[in-house]
Design a protein around this ligand. Sequence first.
Ligand code: NAD
Length: 484
Amino acid sequence: MINHFIDGKGVESISGRTFLSENPATGETIAEVARGDAEDVDRAVRSADAAFLDWSRVAPAERGKLIYKLADLLMERREEFARAESEDSGKTYRSNLNIDVPFCADFFRYYAGAADKLRTPVPNNEPGIHRYAVREPYGVIGAIAPWNFPLVMATLKLSAALACGNTVVMKMAEQTPATVTMLAELAIEAGIPAGVFNVVHGFGNEAGQALVQHPKVKKIAFTGSSAIGKLLGEQCGRMTKPALLEMGGKSANIIFADADVEMAVNGALQASLGNNGQFCLAASRILVEESIVPRFTEALVERARSIRLGDPFDASTNCGPIISQKQFERVTGYVEVGKSENARLLTGGKRPDHLKKGYFLEPTVFGEMTPDMRIWREEIFGPVVGITPFRSEDEAIALANDCDYGLGAYFWAKDVDRVHRVSAALDAGLVFVNMPAYMTPIMPAGIRNMSGTGQNFGLEALENYTKLKGVYINYSGRIFPWLK
Ligand code: NAD
């Protein structure tokens, strides 16, 4: 049984209702999960609200030490977290163990160290008036996270929000409740007081909505699809509640003819089909300079066919399953759309013959994709990628920017002038040149267009979780006449 985690302990739903969580690699039920609604959210928010004042008054360096301890404990329990994450999400155990969990520890440590390094602008004072600005935490942050990298998505919000002195109520995606609950238990073990980090499980239209609407939740930090993000943005706007919205993507990956093609194929494979394409920066539009289309396409298709799908616990597996039956149907629906739009299916598009259980889909590559197609314009969030030829640098840039999203972009080129020109011209918050996506806590990135608002990573992310206050102090005895 996976319970909510409220006020330092696991609790069932007040209604007693539950739902079932399954292992996407087998389709089998792995846990019964507390199904939260407005009453449970209210209980969690009250706990977070009650804990806020004391937590916000803990000296920042002390808060940092507790968050640092959480990172240490997470690394000590690395295997346990990696295992639970694999069962819950279908992500491979190897990548959870070697990438995701250490990445989360890095983020906790980075923001633990940043807790006492918040800076505010101090304008010149004038005689008799002392002015200063401070950054203050919001209070209770309502965090809503997706399923694609469950622990990482929870950590990105939690690490920065807690470091700034906020308390958090998190609603994890209903598909992946396990590791965030374990993380909440670990926070108590690290010495983070009860109520500072609470978790409520359940569905978006129940627990998620209750969190967004709760008057004591002072800010919403959402990661998920653009459709839901827009809805929450509108709702928050009506309540004048600030909302950080990290939403979908449809990244382009441009392969110029002067690139190292082998490196580019390797990078494209990772950038498009890694984690089954279930990541927001997935480069599902591959733009290839006309002269190298046959060579690049042949190599990409061959490599895509060599991706080993299977048991996430098998060390030779490259990718596990898609997260759920619903998502499997959505993604295979896009395969049919691509075919009906006359994109050329080069490989994949079906369940592999040797995997009868679970939601496995062969890595899928379309050729002759064009910008009028839905598979070009819409986020698929699965292992489906399309190739489009281009003739000139200007055309490549125009094609890459012909998209409603603005999360990331990739390109492969050797010419130094081109590298700078194209980096400047791409309308994306993150640009990767001659490499697949690579993330470190220190590097800030903006979010653009239909991909959302706010900024990720770096010290800049602390601005998402603090609000500015300007203070004026008259120490001259001067009287300010309201009428001269
Ligand atoms: P989703 O929008 O369906 O759900 C995200 C979260 O919102 C879940 O916890 C869900 O329960 C909740 N939710 C759903 N409806 C809600 C409602 N009406 N009110 C309140 N909460 C609600 O997205 P998903 O399928 O879980 O995740 C995939 C999406 O996340 C993709 O679009 C992907 O690009 C995006 N994503 C973005 C980033 C980023 O950093 N920009 C990172 C990872 C994933």
